[in-house]
Design a protein around this ligand. Structure first.
Ligand SMILES: *Cc1c(COP(=O)(O)O)cnc(C)c1O
Length: 350
């Protein structure tokens, strides 16, 4: 650290993203990207005309994309804002709505404590149950803002919309942020609840179910006033936070929704197929409604699994954290990739 770094960031611990190695080609099952390319409409939309237009700034209002998202989710454009990945939106939401602190599960997305720290927000980590489920009651009358990934990461376990509603209802004076990064793989979205509650903010992303992780596009849906607050911070940080190519890609992706729905169904099938074979190999796992499996084996601990797979050209994610160190998180790839994974695990267990 230089002697110039602000004192208040001296002890900040940065988020550590999943590795993106360049040394050789791995079967990459570690960061929950889609194994499928973006929809054909996206590939067509990001054309040379759009690239020539890069000389112009992007639309700070993101008008067309907001309109398209509003239509997709049956809300108005004033209920929607977009960001450079949902991580950026989460950062703005922490900045905007968490002055009384923020509560979230002890095992969840590793970025939440980092956002809290960078914005100087007091953190309240609430333990998951023994079986890694979230007990909704633990968040009633929290006295702080609440953020819950639903389905949760890295467990994949989903809360029902009815449980989310109870949490939202019991916290009328605080914003409840529901991070639905993985909602398209079998969970129930809470977007329909935003017309009923002015304290509910839903955050979604194009990174997982729409094959656009590298495009960096996320969005928030909520009450008009919450969205206006987020936009105030967005305009005060970077009004051009979503670049022209990504705006075009994001809009075109919605026209290709049928393609993605099909991919997501396929990913769910491959998840169930892989889980069944893993069970047969002696693994146990949480009930995932996401595009990954969170699994452990009685004979190989998490670190050994991670290292053994890495040596054999397959990347999965391991978290060096007491309650979950026995587990690995395996993103769902193509059927062929999962067959290679399963064969490799069989060899490692033999
Ligand atoms: C992947 C992920 C995100 C971040 O997505 P981006 O839109 O790529 O920034 C947010 N929340 C959770 C729980 C995630 O797993």
């Amino acid at each position: 650290m230089s002697k110039f770094m602000s004192e208040r960031f001296a002890s900040l611990k940065a988020y550590v993203p999943g590795e993106q190695p360049r040394d050789k080609s791995y079967i990459k099952l570690n960061t929950n990207e889609s194994p499928y390319p973006p929809a054909p409409q996206v590939i067509e939309a990001v054309n040379s005309r759009e690239i020539e237009d890069l000389r112009l700034y992007s639309d700070p209002e993101c008008k067309h994309l907001r309109e398209a998202l509003a239509k997709q989710y049956d809300v108005t454009p004033k209920n929607v804002t977009v960001g450079n990945g949902s991580d950026e939106i989460l950062s703005f939401a922490f900045m905007a709505f968490c002055s009384r602190g923020v509560s979230y599960p002890d095992i969840s997305y590793g970025f939440y404590p980092v956002f809290a720290d960078i914005h100087g927000i007091p953190k309240k980590e609430i333990s998951l149950q023994e079986d890694f489920t979230i007990s909704a009651e633990d968040y009633y009358n929290a006295g702080t803002a609440v953020v819950i990934a639903n389905p949760n990461a890295p467990t994949g376990i989903c809360l029902s919309a009815a449980d989310v509603e109870k949490i939202v209802k019991s916290n009328p004076d605080n914003v409840v942020m529901i991070d639905e990064a993985y909602i398209d793989f079998g969970g129930e979205s809470c977007i329909p609840l935003i017309s009923k509650y002015d304290n509910l903010l839903i955050i979604q992303t194009y990174s997982k179910s729409r094959s656009l992780a590298g495009g960096r596009l996320g969005y928030a849906i909520g009450n008009e006033e919450l969205i206006a607050d987020l936009d105030k911070l967005r305009y005060s940080t970077n009004p051009y936070n979503v670049n022209r190519l990504t705006l075009a890609a994001g809009q075109a992706a919605l026209e290709g929704q049928a393609y993605y729905d099909n991919n997501n169904r396929e990913i769910i099938c491959i998840r169930e197929y892989t889980s069944n074979i893993l069970l047969g190999l002696g693994f146990s796992m949480t009930e995932s409604k996401a595009n990954f499996i969170f699994a452990k084996h009685p004979k190989l601990n998490g670190k050994t699994l991670y290292k053994g797979l890495r040596d054999r050209g397959i990347l999965v994610r391991h978290f060096d954290k007491p309650r979950i160190e026995d587990y690995v998180r395996i993103s769902i790839g193509t059927r062929e990739q999962m067959d290679t994974l399963l064969m490799t695990l069989k060899e490692m267990l033999a």
